[in-house]
Write a protein that binds this ligand. Structure first.
Ligand code: FAD
Length: 316
């Protein structure tokens, strides 16, 4: 019997599931389509400026995740956001560093994009872009759920009938993120600012956050869901032209460069009542923030709980 477990996705849910399964003695391999690790715990360099452009910080409200975060803080992997409430944690030095840390010691194949997954003779057959076919015994999908369901559908895999409508309902908001390089220090508060009206939902200066070198502003601007949906296909310049006049006072210095990150799957519109899905008869697990809850902590707990269930299934 094929004992290998494939985990698709090196975001926090996939990496934590992989670590827990490996610690329980399983043979685990992680496939990640990007070059970077951490999924939406993401950081990007534009010229000399550095931007956390996905998750900005995370909270740890549950005892299980709080204990994990405390252990990471003791190792210097995470720290409180300077100048913000102590409940906002950031990875050190940048958000994607947490993904790199969690991937240490794991077999992670980067730039391995799954195209379809099929079930054949008690095994999973994985079709991966530009790679030979891979076969594994068990499969864990942690991409945003619509993407995971598309991989299953491409391979002709049918989920149990009662489950399908609930899973298909778990769709995502997009989020446009403007990454603005300024000519001088920004006027933003060090802890960033959340706005409740207009197209902008959140702004933070990565120079004041301590991750972009120098004092010149490197501002991440997250645009709210309806605006992002309406303007998703517009050019970087067109989106900037709509938004910059609204935030000129917050920026406080001229913009010298604009880049636009399009997050197609940013935040789940709804989440499932179950924290993860484990179907032992198929050897198939699903995890991620659309199951565990729409934030880093929810995704983490989803991956951990899936590993618990898979391990309990093996032993029991
Ligand atoms: C703009 C934005 C702002 C956010 N702000 C916050 C915040 O401030 N606080 C907070 O707690 N949360 C925030 N979030 C949400 C948080 O980032 C997510 O909930 C969490 O990181 C999701 O982790 P995950 O493991 O479920 O999924 P992901 O991080 O998306 O990981 C899934 C991985 O699967 C990979 N993948 C997908 N398809 C394939 C394929 N076919 N083959 C191989 N690999 C594949 C992806 O590349 C990705 O690396 C934000 C998200 C966004 C986008």
């Amino acid at each position: 019997m094929n004992a290998t477990i494939a985990i698709v996705g090196a975001g926090i849910s996939g990496l934590l599931a992989a670590r827990a399964l490996k610690a329980a003695g399983a043979d685990v391999v992680v496939f990640e389509k990007s070059r970077g690790l951490g999924g939406r715990l993401a950081t990007k360099r534009v010229g000399d400026a550095v931007f956390d452009h996905g998750a900005q910080y995370f909270t740890a409200k549950s005892a299980r995740f709080a204990a994990m975060v405390a252990a990471w803080a003791a190792k210097g992997v995470v720290a409180p956001w300077p100048g913000a409430s102590a409940h906002r944690w950031i990875a050190q030095p940048t958000m994607n560093s947490l993904g790199k840390f969690l991937a240490e010691g794991l077999e992670v194949r980067r730039e391995f994009k799954l195209l379809k997954v099929a079930r054949e003779e008690g095994e999973w057959k994985l079709t991966i872009e530009n790679q030979p076919l891979a076969r594994v015994g068990r499969l864990v999908l942690t991409a945003p759920l619509p993407q995971s369901l598309a991989l299953l559908a491409a391979g002709g895999v049918e989920m149990p009938g009662t489950m399908t409508p609930d899973l298909q309902a778990l769709t995502y908001h997009p989020c446009l993120a403007l990454l603005l390089t300024l000519d001088g220090p920004s006027a933003l508060p060090a802890a960033g600012v959340a706005l409740t009206s207009g197209p902008v939902r959140w702004m933070a200066d990565n120079a004041k956050k301590g991750i972009s070198p120098g004092r010149a502003g490197a501002v991440t601007v997250h645009l709210e869901a309806a605006f992002s949906t309406e303007h998703y296909a517009k050019t970087d310049a067109a989106v900037a032209a709509l938004v910059l006049p609204e935030i000129a006072d917050w920026l406080g210095a001229p913009v010298v460069n604009v880049a636009l990150q399009r997050w197609k799957f940013s935040e789940p519109m709804a989440t499932s009542g179950q924290r993860c899905v484990w179907l032992p008869e198929l050897g198939l697990g699903l995890a991620g923030d659309s199951l565990g809850g729409p934030r880093v902590e929810g995704a983490a707990l989803s991956g951990l709980e899936l590993a618990d269930r898979m391990t309990a299934g093996r032993n029991g």
